[in-house]
Each structure stands twice: as structure tokens, then as C-alpha cells.
Design a protein around this ligand. Structure first.
Ligand SMILES: C[S@@+](CC[C@H](N)C(=O)[O-])C[C@H]1O[C@@H](n2cnc3c(N)ncnc32)[C@H](O)[C@@H]1O
Length: 256
């Protein structure tokens, strides 16, 4: 059973990376067969309905399976070390379903070229770099179910991740979501379909953060409330940077 759990976790992890890499091609409209702008064609009403349903299905599965109550219920059916991998696997498959069923809406909302296009591509890449980097901040292995299966393989007891604010978590409370938002909106060619995808996913991210923070307040109490009071949710405040530059400037002035 230990090896089955480990194999299951590795398969879920690989499927996650495959679907995440596909998401980059899907939103950039390059390299993959079906993208936000390329796929089966439908009328506008039908396309909006199908796309909204696909995003809703992803959002509902992703949010419900992340709730503590659902996790407790799940443990009656699935061994605890397999639970996170099941979440990762099903979330990735729901994304796969979204790529497969997505209906493009090719009407252009904006199309920029030259320096502005390059700047938008740079922000797109920065967004994805932030996403990948942020998965390693709290715990990459725990987040994707690998650590739970590995501990089971080694016969070690499960462990809980405590509250901590490493790296970018000192600037914003949700760096991974900030990266996703940056990646979804930064495009030199914005179509109605891409706009619908970015808007739907942004709405889902805000709802997801609301539920995630409710769980975090329940788990970490005043520690998390104090963190909420001092650290922005998604967009870093320029005040600490301004203070650092100002104090540097004052020190120099004094030494002169
Ligand atoms: C997919 S991660 C996303 C983290 C965060 N929302 C972000 O955008 O970077 C979600 C998991 O991280 C945990 N988490 C989020 N912030 C945390 C913190 N400061 N300390 C410990 N765990 C945290 C949540 O409880 C949840 O299980």
C-alpha cells in the first residue's frame, strides 16, 4: 500500500505539471492544439454558456475539495496520505476538461505591438515565474501531495504545516494568486474569449482567497488576523520600498 500511495502521488504530480504547462500554452495561445483562442467554434451564446460552465465546474471542485469538512469526509473513503494527491489529480483533470471544451470568442478587444507587446509578454513570463516560485515558499511537496506519500512510504507520522510567511509572503498574502492574475491578464492580444477566461478565473481567485483565509483564521487565529492587518492581499504596497529608499537617502545626507 505504501508503494501504491507513492506511485499514485507521483502520477498526480506529473499530471499536475502537464496540465500546468499546458495552461501556459493555453493562455499564451502558442504551442498547444487548443488554446483560449483556438478550438471548436460555437455561437456566442452557446460559447459563453459552455465556457462559464467549465470554469464553474473547476471552481466548485477546487473549492469544495479544499474545505476541511470535505477532507474529513474524504478520509472515510481515501487513505489520508492519498487525499492531497487526489485533490491535485482531480483539479488537473478539471483543467484538462476546460482546455478540451473551451470555445474561443475571437473578437479582438486590444492588440498592441512593439515595446508595449514586449512589456506585456515580460509581465506574462514574470507571472508564471512567480507562480512556480510561490509553490516552493510554503511547501512544494505538501502542496502537491508528494510529501504526504513519502512520509507514508518511510513510515513517518503525518505533520501539519504551521503558519509562516517566507519570502514573497512578506509582501503579499497570496503571491501564487498574484502571479496567476498577472499571467492571465498580460497579453498583447486580448480577445473576448481570453477576457472571459481572465475575468472568470480572477473572480474565482477572489472567492477562493475568501474561503482560504477563513480556514487560515480558524487554524491560526490572531497570528493570521495580524498578518491580514499588515500585509496586502495581492498587490504589494510601495510604502516599505519608499521607506527603505528614503532612509538610505537620509543616511547619505547625514554622512555628507
Ligand atoms: C495553493 S496554496 C496557496 C497559497 C496562497 N494562497 C498563495 O497564493 O500563495 C494553499 C495552501 O497554502 C496554505 N497557506 C496559505 N498561506 C499560508 C501561510 N502563510 N502559512 C501556512 N500555510 C499557508 C493554505 O492553508 C492552503 O492549504
Amino acid at each position: 500500500m505504501r508503494w501504491v500511495t507513492m506511485l499514485y502521488a507521483v502520477v498526480a504530480y506529473l499530471v499536475f505539471w502537464l496540465c500546468s504547462a499546458y495552461l501556459i500554452g493555453f493562455t499564451a495561445d502558442i504551442l498547444v492544439p487548443r488554446t483560449v483562442n483556438h478550438g471548436p467554434v460555437s455561437g456566442i451564446g452557446q460559447a459563453l454558456l459552455i465556457n462559464a460552465s467549465l470554469m464553474l465546474m473547476f471552481g466548485v471542485q477546487h473549492s469544495i475539495m479544499a474545505r476541511q469538512g470535505f477532507k474529513r469526509w474524504c478520509r472515510a473513503w481515501i487513505p489520508a496520505p492519498m487525499e492531497r494527491s487526489t485533490y491535485v489529480l482531480l483539479s488537473s483533470l478539471m483543467l484538462g476538461l476546460l482546455y478540451w471544451g473551451w470555445r474561443p470568442l475571437p473578437l479582438t478587444l486590444w492588440w498592441v505591438e512593439g515595446g508595449l507587446a514586449v512589456a506585456l509578454w515580460c509581465l506574462f513570463v514574470l507571472g508564471w515565474v512567480l507562480v512556480v516560485y510561490a509553490t516552493f515558499l510554503i511547501s512544494h511537496g505538501e502542496l502537491l501531495g508528494i510529501s504526504q506519500a513519502y512520509r507514508r512510504l518511510r513510515g513517518r507520522a503525518p505533520c501539519e504545516i504551521g503558519f509562516h510567511t517566507p519570502g514573497l509572503h512578506r509582501l503579499v498574502r497570496h503571491p501564487l494568486m498574484s502571479g496567476l492574475l498577472l499571467a492571465f491578464w498580460s497579453t498583447p492580444h486580448m480577445t473576448v474569449g481570453h477576457f472571459f477566461f481572465a475575468a472568470g478565473m480572477s473572480l474565482y481567485i477572489l472567492i477562493g482567497i475568501h474561503f482560504e483565509e477563513r480556514s487560515l483564521v480558524r487554524a491560526f487565529g490572531d497570528h493570521y488576523r495580524a498578518y491580514q492587518a499588515t500585509t496586502p492581499m495581492l498587490i504589494p504596497s510601495l510604502r516599505p520600498l519608499y521607506r527603505a529608499v528614503a532612509s538610505c537617502f537620509m543616511k547619505r545626507k547625514r554622512s555628507v
